[in-house]
Design a protein around this ligand. Structure first.
Ligand SMILES: C[S@@+](CC[C@H](N)C(=O)[O-])C[C@H]1O[C@@H](n2cnc3c(N)ncnc32)[C@H](O)[C@@H]1O
Length: 212
C-alpha cells in the first residue's frame, strides 16, 4: 500500500512543472505561493535532509542551493528521471516511498511537499513512528501538504470544487487521503514530537514536528 496513485504521476511527470506555475486552472489555488511554500520548508531544514516524494526535484534543488546534503526518495521512475535531469548526476534520488526506503543514517531533517496525502491515516501513523526512531532529539519533520482543520472543512472543499466545475480536483480530494490537523497532531505527539501548523494557501499547511 502507499503506492496506489503512482500511475497518475507516471502520466503527469512531463507536465508537472507547468501545473505548479499555474497552467492548470483547477490546481491554481493548490499551487498558489508554491515557490514560497518550498522556501519555507528549506528555511526550517538543516543538516542531512531526507526528502520523500521528490517529484521533479524542485524542493531538492532549493535544499541543495542552501548547501544541505539531500537524500531523495521517489517511487515514480518518470519523476526520478526528470529530477536527475534537473539536478545533475551527483544528486542522490533513490527508489522508495514513505513506508519503504533504503537504510539511511544520521538524518537531521525529513521533508516532503504535496505528497503525504498518498498515505491513509493508518499508514501516516506507521510512517511517523518509523521516522521518530530515525531522528535524534531536536531532529525535525517538515511537511507541506493539503490538510483541513475539520472534516466539515474537508467536505466543504469537495462541494466547492464541484460547484466551480473543477471535477478533477473534486475527484482527487475524494479519492486521495487528505486528513485533518487534529489527526496529524495526535500522530506526531504520540511519537514524541511537538508540532505546529501554519496555513500557506486555501489548501496547503506547513507542518513542523520537532523531536522532544
Ligand atoms: C504532487 S507531487 C509533489 C512533488 C514535489 N514534492 C513537489 O512539491 O513539487 C507528489 C509526488 O509524490 C510521489 N508519491 C506518490 N506516492 C508516494 C508514496 N507512497 N511515497 C512517496 N512519494 C509518493 C509521486 O510520485 C510524486 O512525485
Amino acid at each position: 500500500m502507499g503506492r496506489e496513485f503512482l500511475e497518475i504521476f507516471e502520466q503527469w511527470a512531463d507536465s508537472y512543472d507547468d501545473t505548479v506555475v499555474g497552467h492548470d486552472m483547477e490546481y491554481l489555488e493548490v499551487f498558489s505561493h508554491y515557490e514560497q511554500i518550498l522556501d519555507l520548508v528549506v528555511a526550517r531544514s538543516h543538516g542531512h535532509v531526507v526528502e520523500f516524494g521528490v517529484g521533479t526535484g524542485n524542493l531538492t534543488q532549493k535544499l541543495r542551493l542552501k548547501g544541505l546534503a539531500v537524500t531523495g526518495i521517489e517511487p515514480s521512475p518518470s519523476m526520478r528521471k526528470i529530477s536527475v535531469e534537473k539536478l545533475g548526476d551527483d544528486a542522490l534520488i533513490l527508489d522508495g516511498d514513505f513506508l519503504h526506503y533504503p537504510n539511511i543514517e544520521n538524518i537531521d531533517t525529513i521533508v516532503s511537499t504535496y505528497a503525504f496525502h498518498h498515505l491513509t491515516d493508518d499508514e501516516k501513523a506507521i510512517a511517523i513512528a518509523g521516522y521518530s526512531k530515525l531522528l535524534s532529539k531536536s531532529g525535525k519533520i517538515v511537511f507541506a501538504d493539503t490538510m483541513y482543520e475539520t472534516e466539515e472543512d474537508y467536505n466543504c472543499a469537495i462541494v466547492k470544487a464541484k460547484t466551480e466545475g473543477f471535477h478533477s480536483l473534486a475527484k482527487d480530494l475524494e479519492t486521495e487521503y487528505y486528513t485533518t490537523i487534529p489527526v496529524l497532531k495526535h500522530i506526531f505527539e504520540k511519537n514524541g514530537f511537538s508540532v505546529s501548523f501554519t496555513k500557506c494557501n486555501e489548501f496547503v499547511w506547513l507542518m513542523e514536528g520537532v523531536k522532544q
